[in-house]
Design a protein around this ligand. Structure first.
Ligand code: SAH
Length: 280
């Protein structure tokens, strides 16, 4: 059996309980050495064979897995963050499928969650943005044309950019072309949750300078959008004393406001009186 396991963003104790259990039981561990914290390997059992996939091709990785299967061993394929993002897992799984080798996946804490934690950031602030665009600049891996940074930037939503810290001049140009402003809040988070973690709040216009000043050109995430400023948001409906939820009786009308009320466009505001649905 092969287990694809998310190692988490860096800190040794940010792997899941399930992931750690699998790691401790593994006969073979193939870890993505460029970003997985090697301290996680301290938990491998005596005699476990450990491979660093940074030095291996897809074929070599598969060879180790196949050999493990033949000898009845359990393999953990350890990927950084969560394997579902830029993990190159599908190509491994397709070959395993073709060979009839069974595998499963154990999720991990992605670095975009680690980066939010580094800044105590909420990506989805009411009234600011309710969406997070996870994307990257084109590198050796092409990005489909319809997924250009500029087209995503048009939404003004929160954006988290992977694999792009070395391409900040081009990134800035595309963000501005898409509609973000020079003063749109942004952040650079280097090695989130690692002991050497560093993070800087800046703006779209100062992204290049911020990364250059601190010598960051890899292992970083770029966060863009008004949510990075963490201000100017609306308070949540869920915890508003006026509103009734499935778990709590509110002291207001108990009705959800219409879109007009929410934007403060109605003459009769829900908070004062009653929302005149449809007339707003
Ligand atoms: N599957 C991983 C992403 C792998 S792609 C995940 O879920 O996080 C590798 C890119 O992820 C890096 O170039 C960098 O942009 C980002 N990254 C990974 N770990 C990071 C960390 N601890 N801090 C900041 N960025 C990180």
């Amino acid at each position: 059996m092969i287990h694809f396991v998310g190692a988490g963003p860096g800190a040794k104790d940010l792997i899941t309980v399930r992931g750690l259990k699998l790691l401790k039981e593994a006969d073979i561990i193939i870890y993505a050495g460029s970003l997985v914290n090697p301290r996680l390997l301290e938990d491998a059992k005596e005699g476990c064979r450990i491979f660093n996939s940074a030095h291996m091709t897809l074929e070599e990785v598969l060879e180790v897995m196949e050999e493990g299967e033949r000898s009845g061993r359990m393999t953990v394929r350890l990927h950084t963050g969560d394997p579902c993002l830029y993990g190159a897992v599908r190509e491994q799984m397709d070959i395993l499928d073709a060979k009839g080798i069974v595998y499963d996946s154990c999720p991990g804490v992605s670095s975009f969650c680690g980066a939010a934690a580094a800044l105590n950031l909420e990506y989805t602030l009411p009234g600011i943005s309710q969406s997070v665009v996870i994307t990257r600049m084109e590198g050796r891996t092409p990005v489909p044309e319809k997924e250009s940074i500029a087209s995503f930037a048009e939404h003004g939503a929160t954006m988290v950019l992977f694999l792009s810290a070395g391409l900040l001049a081009e990134l800035t140009e595309q963000l501005l072309r898409g509609g973000y402003q020079e003063d749109t809040p942004a952040a650079v988070v280097y090695k989130a949750t690692w002991p050497e973690e560093k993070s800087w709040l800046c703006t779209v216009g100062t992204l290049v300078e911020t990364a250059r000043r601190h010598g960051v050109d890899r292992t970083a995430l770029i966060i863009v959008g008004d949510a990075a400023a963490q201000s100017g948001y609306e308070r949540s409906r869920l915890y508003d004393p006026e509103f009734t939820t499935g778990y709590r009786e509110g002291n207001g009308t108990g009705k959800e406001p219409c879109a007009g009320c929410r934007k403060g466009l109605c003459e009769e505001r829900l908070h004062k009186d009653e929302c005149i649905r449809g007339k707003c």
